[in-house]
Each structure stands twice: as structure tokens, then as C-alpha cells.
Write a protein that binds this ligand. Structure first.
Ligand code: AMP
Ligand code: MG
Length: 477
């Protein structure tokens, strides 16, 4: 394994901090597939020792990154890795550089009032969600190893301490650049841009022009990411600029959630009283966040170039989103009347609280005529209200002459059967807190193949039970 920590060479960009080891660590999950693709081969006891902060590999330099961020619209001038450490950068067999990032490793100069720890509940939620998104084809940080412990960590109640080793090509956030901009260290911004170019985008020039292209990439990737989220019914929950990845990855999983019943204004974060990060706000927030990044980069990229890139955001997002929605409905080509068909579908779904993901999956079984498939009908509280819509949809499908079996297969390849619903995650967490990882393993197995029928697990492919609506996902982690 080739390992170094180039970031730690930028001493002004954070602080060297030794991990504070977790007491009584227990190995809970290792992502062997990911480890192999990164070219990391370790024994189980080494995973345990590294993730619990008891051991560093020879070339690791643990380093807490400093950043800032707009949190719920207000600016926080100094955040940073308050409980995470960049341990090193791995060079994969394919020549990519990936960060190894340990979350829950103890206090750093950026911990503010925090204890530097992470709890099992939130660490397992991050592990599950990052794997789920990855296998749905949504860019995300990945989970490599999870350890639990008996160390008490104080949140709303006492919980078990845990640590998560995660990996991503980079953990650079919009907030990194905001930190240097607002702390009047503008000379650091090109240095950080150069680091990003060296490690991720070596095809770009380190020049005004190269930086402009870099910003354009961030804009387009962010637009595509959010198009993915919207199509999958994923709500991030805390889209502060310090949680926005420069590579357009889903980063920092907190009180996230997938839509159950379709509700465009769904707020997954119970602390977000104003709904700033509601499901239907995510596209606009993405742009607002990019504008904050543009501000931070404004001394190093021409204003016109920044505006030109920002101007592409909406079009890219809408194109990517409508492309995915077209596939989700099993259509081969867009036609003029399709937006009205979609709009009316969403209106009905919202009115009748139809489960978002089950709807698309089960629609794949609709035949050109005859009764609705039973599992589709079971989603509709008032099937009669849908009669007109189904007539229009069937007429629309008939225009394409696509064989039903082919359409069904195409729809099933983009509409997951297994989705990480909150109540499923919660059940796995409750078992894990009692020392039983079997439920988490089952869930990970389903989420790794979300589009395949796994007949013994049909119970996992049902809409959320009623009690799930009262699940309150704590923002504390
Ligand atoms: P988050 O809301 O998890 O994205 O974190 C926002 C900021 O708070 C980041 O700077 C985190 O590193 C920091 N933070 C969150 N939880 C803790 C904790 N338990 N101890 C120290 N810092 C924390
Ligand atoms: Mg964060």
C-alpha cells in the first residue's frame, strides 16, 4: 500500500493531532470490498487498532483540517475537524489518491465545546447511508471500518462511543476556502486549489484559467449530485457549506433521510424548524452554497467566469434530474406533454401520500391494460383518483412500442427495491447497541444490491410502518 499525507505538509491548513484511543474497542464492520479496491490489505486486528486510534501505520500523519462554514445561513468563522483526523492519503492501484479519515478520534483544536467523540448510532447511520448511496450510483464518501466501545459518550442520553474510518478522494469542503477568505489569508487559497489540482485534477493548469475550470467542475458536480438526491428521494438534512464537498460527494451524514410518503416539503432534520434544508429546497440551497464558494474564490477567478459557471447550475441540475425521472418512469424519449404527466403524478402522490420509492418500483409491473398489479394498487389509498392518470400513462407508453418486459427491466434497473428507510436503520442500530450486528449485515447486503429481487427479504421492500413517522432522528451525533 502506498500511503502518505500530503495535506499534512500544508501546516497552515490545520493541526497535527494524535488520536485519543477508544477504550475497549470492538470491531463491528469492515468493508473488505472497498479496502481491496483501494489496494489496502490489513489484518482484522490492524483495522481494529487503526480505527480505534491505537495504532498508526508508518506513513500516517494524523491531521485535523481547519475550515469555516455557513451554517443555516449564518457564518461560523472557525470550524474544522473537531473530532476527525485525516490519517493519510492512499494511492490506489488505479493511481487515484484517497483520504483515510477517522471520525470520533478525540478532541482537536477545532472541537469547540465538543468531546471529539462519535456515538455508535450516528456512526452506523453514516456507514449504512454511505454504502446505500454508493450502490444507488450517487457520489459519496465511503465507509471502511466501524468500531464500537463501552466508552460512555454523553448526548441527550449516555450512548456508546464509536469510531468510523471513512474514505473519499478528498474531504475538501467549500468551507475550507471560506476559512482562508474570511480570515484574510487570501494567499492560501491558490495553494489549496493547487493541492486539489495536484491530487485530483492534474489535467488542470494552476492558473486563473485552470481555477475557473476547477470552479466550473465543482458547480456541475454539485448540480449532478443534487439531481441524484432529488431523484432518489434523499434528503441530506444539514447542507451547511462546511458539509459541501469540492468533489460533489455526499459528505457528513447527520439526520439524513429518504422520503417515505412523498412530501415535497419533507424536513428530515428535526432541528431545522424553518425547513431551510427541506427536500424541495435542496436544489436552491446547492446554488446558494456555490455562491458562497464563489465569493471565497473571487480573488483568484475572474468574476465573469464565476458567473458563467454559476449560470450553468440550474440547467445541469434540471437536465440530470429530468433524465433520471424519464428513466424512472420507463420512457425512452422525452415528449412535449411529459412534464404535465409528471406534474400530475407528483400532485397525486403528495395528495394521497404515496410511498416515493415503492411507487416507481411497483409501477414497472403495470401491464398495457387490465387491473393494476396488486402491490401497486396496495400503495394507493384511493385508486379511483388515479384512473385518469393511468389512462394517460398507458397511452404515453403505447407511443413507444417498447416491449413490456424490456421496460420493466429498464425501470427495475433504476428504481431500487431496497432503500435505507429510517426505521430500517433504527432497527439495525438498536440491535448493534445490544452487541448484535446481524441486522446491520443483512441491511448492508440488501443495500449493496438495491435493484435486485431478493425474495426472502420482501419485508424490507415495504413502505414504512406507521410508527416510523414518529421516529425522531436526533441531530446530535
Ligand atoms: P457537523 O454538524 O457534524 O457537520 O459538525 C459541525 C462542526 O462541529 C464540525 O466542525 C465538527 O467537527 C464539529 N463537531 C461535531 N460534533 C463534535 C464533537 N462531538 N466533538 C467535537 N467537534 C464536533
Ligand atoms: Mg460536518
Amino acid at each position: 500500500m502506498i500511503l502518505d499525507n500530503r495535506y499534512a505538509g500544508l501546516e497552515w491548513a490545520g493541526a497535527r493531532v494524535e488520536p485519543d484511543p477508544l477504550d475497549t474497542p470492538r470491531l463491528l464492520l469492515i468493508n473488505y470490498d472497498l479496502a481491496e479496491s483501494l489496494g489496502i490489505s490489513l489484518k482484522d486486528h490492524q483495522w481494529l487498532e487503526i480505527t480505534s486510534g491505537h495504532r498508526l501505520l508508518p506513513d500516517m500523519i494524523p491531521f485535523a483540517q481547519v475550515y469555516a462554514g455557513h451554517q443555516f445561513g449564518g457564518f461560523s468563522p472557525r470550524l474544522g475537524d473537531g473530532r476527525a483526523l485525516l490519517l493519510g492519503e492512499v494511492v490506489t492501484p488505479g493511481g487515484e489518491r484517497w483520504d483515510l479519515h477517522l471520525k470520533g478520534a478525540g478532541k482537536t483544536p477545532y472541537s469547540r465545546f465538543g468531546d471529539g467523540r462519535a456515538v455508535l448510532r450516528s456512526s452506523l447511520r453514516e456507514y449504512l447511508a454511505s454504502e446505500a448511496l454508493h450502490y444507488l450510483g450517487i457520489p459519496t464518501t465511503r465507509a471502511l471500518c466501524l468500531v464500537g466501545s463501552d466508552e460512555p459518550v454523553y448526548r441527550e442520553q449516555v450512548e456508546a462511543g464509536a469510531a468510523l474510518l471513512r474514505a473519499a478522494p478528498s474531504h475538501l469542503r467549500f468551507g475550507h476556502f471560506e476559512y482562508f477568505y474570511y480570515s484574510s489569508q487570501p494567499e492560501r487559497i491558490p495553494e489549496l486549489l493547487n493541492y486539489l489540482i495536484d491530487t485530483q485534477w492534474p489535467d488542470l493548469d494552476k492558473s486563473l484559467q485552470g481555477y475557473a475550470e476547477l470552479f466550473e467542475r465543482v458547480v456541475l458536480r454539485t448540480a449532478e449530485l443534487i439531481a441524484h438526491w432529488q431523484a432518489a428521494g434523499f434528503c441530506h438534512g444539514v447542507m451547511n457549506t462546511d458539509n459541501m464537498s469540492m468533489l460533489g460527494l455526499t459528505l457528513d451524514y447527520g439526520p439524513y433521510g429518504f422520503l417515505d410518503a412523498y412530501d415535497p416539503g419533507h424536513i428530515c432534520n428535526h432541528s431545522d424548524h424553518a425547513g431551510r434544508y427541506a427536500y424541495d429546497q435542496q436544489p436552491a440551497v446547492g446554488l446558494w452554497n456555490l455562491q458562497r464558494l464563489a465569493q471565497a474564490l473571487s480573488g483568484h477567478i475572474e468574476l465573469e467566469a464565476l458567473q458563467q459557471s454559476l449560470g450553468q447550475y440550474e440547467h445541469r441540475l434540471l437536465t440530470a434530474y429530468s433524465e433520471r425521472m424519464r428513466q424512472k418512469l420507463g420512457l425512452e424519449q422525452w415528449q412535449d406533454e411529459d412534464p404535465a404527466l409528471f406534474r400530475d403524478m407528483f400532485t397525486l402522490m403528495a395528495k394521497h401520500q404515496v410511498d416515493y420509492n415503492c411507487w416507481f418500483r411497483r409501477l414497472s409491473r403495470l401491464e398495457p391494460e387490465g387491473e393494476l398489479p396488486q402491490r401497486l394498487a396496495a400503495l394507493l389509498s384511493e385508486p379511483d383518483a388515479w384512473s385518469d392518470w393511468f389512462v394517460r400513462y398507458r397511452a404515453r407508453l403505447a407511443l413507444e412500442n417498447r416491449p413490456q418486459a424490456e421496460r420493466r427491466a429498464a425501470m427495475e434497473a433504476v428504481n431500487p427495491k431496497y432503500v435505507l428507510r429510517n426505521h430500517l436503520a433504527q432497527r439495525a442500530i438498536e440491535r448493534a447497541e445490544q452487541g448484535d450486528m446481524a441486522e446491520a449485515d443483512t441491511l448492508l447486503q440488501l443495500l449493496a444490491n438495491p435493484f435486485d429481487d431478493q425474495p426472502d427479504f420482501d419485508a424490507y421492500a415495504e413502505p414504512a410502518p406507521e410508527w416510523a413517522a414518529s421516529l425522531c432522528i436526533s441531530c446530535s451525533s
